[in-house]
Design a protein around this ligand. Structure first.
Ligand code: BGC
Length: 763
């Protein structure tokens, strides 16, 4: 034993590991090697088994008889169990009753916070604030880790360019660069910074999902076929996964979809060649919920075949399908899978448990007293309030209607106005839904004594009962009002007529986006739109507070409603932080991370598109034999990167430190930004680059840098971006990562349409 340890240590040192890291790795290898020698085949496949024991079930079938199975060593981990006490009970069975006492790993969908929830990820991305993103993930880890959770199924880094797909709400939008930055910030928030990961009790393991390309589902229909060129994959869709892998994420989750016609769960090219060999990543891969057995429906094999194929492809843990657990031993017996392959998967799962410190203390994450102190604490909620306030995007503000003054009468109207349970948004399984404040109450409290606040529901979510029921999950329905549409409307109009200003809280319910919540219409649902029109007809100023898990088609609203604040689903403190913004205590600073289309026919629409051979003239429409539509122009309602503030910003010209650079050199692009308004505000300064001529057609512009700056009234700051060769490189047709000599344009401004440009040459 001692000899193997020394040999391992020497090998690691030869590979260039630091003394300390090499010693730690060798110690882990030595421990796991010893443990695996004691394990039977049955105990080994048990480690690959991840049944669900909690109340949150997102597929078919709930695992039964879990306690007995844990005692027999048939379970490697459990997920979506809520509460340290319940988790401790399961862990005791594993540690005290199973033959080897191997601890379980407990996972959960801690997607945007735990009990204290932050904005849905799409909203969070609109902060463009990497410190805030990391902080939100860290607080999620602080709470979850005290309550028994060692492992979160987050970050979700699937690039989303089709708002019909309900899961764009769980991601960070349409941009490869921003997606990558957010992916790494999330991993740091959960696990700690590289070199220091899992060194404290409140760090949990990230699980990067869904690998890969899930956001490319055709027609935005969930779980649908994905098919794209390898250039698009690696230049656009893969950047988030890669960044998360480089940030040290401990685990990955395979996606439900096919990649190159092979379901991800059995795709060796994806799970082994790319993830482990090309990227050099060394964590463990878990399937998605019954992802392995769903390969039968994909038509690539029977239960036995898909189980064996999945393990051989590089899968290490099986969520709910039980295929690795039941099919591996028969597969070994008939020579389809080797013991070495099984051992490799078992080792990866045990390594994760080891890294998390579960062998030292299986109850490390069950800290009941601490849980009572940190869960949903005032301190965490205050941070959630601050961060959610930065996620809202002011889309329109005609005549400076916002911020509102603290006087007169305000009518708060709409089906989203008086619901707390919807505020946390989709995938908020541990949230305190029942304790979450309604917008009505938030506005009433923040408005203060001098304001009279009136309320009317105004309409149901939609007239279509079926649609409303389809978008109901976990009991978070809005509650259908039995009054007729007319009765609801009349009541709202009566209230509106008494008010000086109307706040219309409209849009989607929280479960109208998220998993299995695809839509073919992206309009604000019919009865709500009728309500909005009627409110506008009163002649009173209307502020639309929009709730949405995806871009909606709000062209009409953008032309007719004087003020629109996109509030997404802001989490636990949404009601207060929306009110903070409405009354100007917080100056809105969010900017869109997904393009808002004019209609569904324009989808997918994103700023970093290719030019085509027949581009339409900038701002033009319609031209025969050009790339455009007969019935609508090519412009979105709101572009990527867009968002207003209560102040205004002015940009100076882009200046470059040199007219050219060599491949190993750098250029600094700078711009002066001035706050020209009368209140302090934060501006997200964005830098885009265009490779003008290349061997492949390149996007018309791509985000390559951004910085969020706070400017006092009248204050100017010079914002600089260093451009290195990476910002100029792309995967070419031979799938080589290259930067090609020639002209590059640099654009710097406040959204993706900026024309503020300069150019330089790569020599
Ligand atoms: C989802 C995953 C999630 C899992 C476990 C699946 O349906 O696709 O994102 O982590 O369920 O709840």
């Amino acid at each position: 034993m001692k000899k193997t340890f020394s040999l391992m240590l020497l090998a690691l040192l030869a590979l260039g590991c630091s003394d300390k890291a090499a010693y730690k790795l060798a110690k882990m290898d030595h421990f796991i090697e010893g443990l695996m020698k004691k394990m039977t085949l049955e105990e080994k496949v048990g480690q690959l088994n991840l049944p669900v024991a909690g109340d949150i079930v997102t597929g078919e079938g709930k695992s039964v008889g879990v306690e007995d199975r844990i005692a027999k060593g048939e379970v490697g981990g459990l997920f979506n169990v809520k509460g340290a006490a319940a988790i401790r009970r399961y862990q005791e069975i594993a540690v005290e009753q199973s033959r080897l006492g191997i601890p379980l790993i407990f996972g959960m969908d801690v997607i945007h916070g735990y009990e204290t929830t932050f904005p849905i990820p799409l909203g969070l991305s609109c902060t463009w604030d990497m410190e805030a993103v990391e902080e939100s993930a860290h607080i999620a880890a602080v709470e979850a880790s005290a309550d028994g959770i060692a492992w979160t199924f987050s970050p979700m880094v699937d690039l989303g360019r089709d708002p019909r797909w309900g899961r764009v709400s769980e991601g960070s939008g349409e941009d490869p660069y921003l997606n990558a930055r957010i992916a790494e910030a999330m991993v740091y928030g959960y696990q700690g910074r590289p070199g220091e990961q899992f060194t404290s009790n409140d760090e949990i393991m990230a699980c990067v999902k869904h690998f890969a390309l899930y956001g490319g589902a055709e027609a935005g229909r969930d779980y649908n076929t994905v098919d794209m060129s390898h250039q698009r994959m690696f230049n656009e869709y893969m950047t988030g996964y890669k960044a998360a892998a480089d940030a040290g994420a401990g685990s990955f989750m395979a996606s439900f979809n096919v990649v190159d016609d092979v379901p991800a769960s059995v795709n060796k090219w994806l799970l082994t060649d790319v993830l482990r060999e090309q990227w050099g990543w060394d964590g463990f891969v878990v399937s998605d919920y019954t992802g392995i057995s769903e390969c039968i429906m994909h038509g690539v094999g029977d239960y036995h075949e898909v189980g064996v194929r999945s393990l051989n492809a590089g899968m290490d843990m099986d969520m709910v399908a039980e295929a690795l657990f039941t099919q591996t031993i028969p597969g070994i017996k008939n020579g389809e899978v080797s013991r070495k392959t099984l051992d490799r998967a078992v080792r990866r799962v045990l390594e994760a448990k080891y890294k998390l410190g579960l062998f030292d203390d299986p109850y490390k994450f069950c800290r009941e007293q601490e849980a009572a102190r940190v869960l949903y604490s005032d301190e965490n909620r205050a941070i959630a309030r601050r961060i959610s306030g930065e996620s809202y995007v002011l889309l329109r503000n005609e005549g400076g209607l916002l911020p509102l003054q603290r006087k007169g009468t305000i009518a708060v109207v709409g089906p989203l106005a008086n619901t707390g349970t919807n505020m946390p948004g989709t995938w908020s399984v541990a949230a305190q839904h029942a304790r979450t404040t309604t917008l009505l109450r938030g506005i009433t409290e923040i408005a203060g004594q001098n304001v009279k606040v009136l309320y009317a529901k105004g309409s149901n979510l939609c007239s279509d009962y079926q649609l409303e029921m389809n978008s109901t999950m976990f009991g978070r329905e809005l509650g259908r009002d039995s009054r007729t549409d007319k009765q609801l409307l009349d009541e709202a109009l009566a209230v509106a007529r008494k008010a000086d200003v109307i706040i219309a809280a409209l849009g989607e319910s929280s479960e109208m986006s998220g998993e299995a919540s695809s839509r073919t219409s992206l309009d604000i649902p019919d009865v709500q739109k009728d309500l909005l029109k009627a409110l506008l007809k009163t002649g009173k100023p209307v502020v639309l507070v929009l709730f949405n898990g995806r871009p909606l088609t709000i062209q009409w609203e953008s032309e007719n409603v004087p003020a629109i604040l996109d509030a997404w689903f802001g989490g636990t403190e949404a009601a207060y932080s929306i009110a903070d913004v409405l009354f100007g205590d917080v100056n809105p600073s969010g900017k869109l991370t997904m393009t808002f289309p004019k209609n569904v026919g324009q989808v997918p629409i994103y700023y970093a598109h290719k030019n085509t051979g027949r581009p339409l003239d900038e701002g033009g429409w319609f031209m025969k034999f050009r790339s455009n539509y007969l019935d609508v122009d090519n412009d979105p309602v709101y572009p990527f990167g867009y968002g207003l503030s209560y102040t205004t910003f002015e940009y100076g010209p882009v200046s470059l430190s040199a007219p050219s650079m060599k491949e190993d050199g750098k250029i600094v692009a700078s711009v002066e930004v001035k706050n020209t308004g009368s209140v302090a505000g934060k501006e997200i300064v964005q830098m885009y680059i265009r490779d003008v001529v290349a061997s492949s057609s390149r996007p018309v512009r791509e985000l390559k840098g951004f910085e969020k700056v706070l400017l006092q009234p009248g204050e100017s700051k010079t914002v600089s971006f260093e451009i290195g060769v990476d910002a100029l490189s792309f995967w070419n047709q031979e799938m080589k990562y290259v930067a090609e000599p020639g002209e590059f344009k640099v654009y710097i401004g406040g959204d993706s349409r900026t024309v503020n440009e300069a150019s330089f040459e790569l020599l």
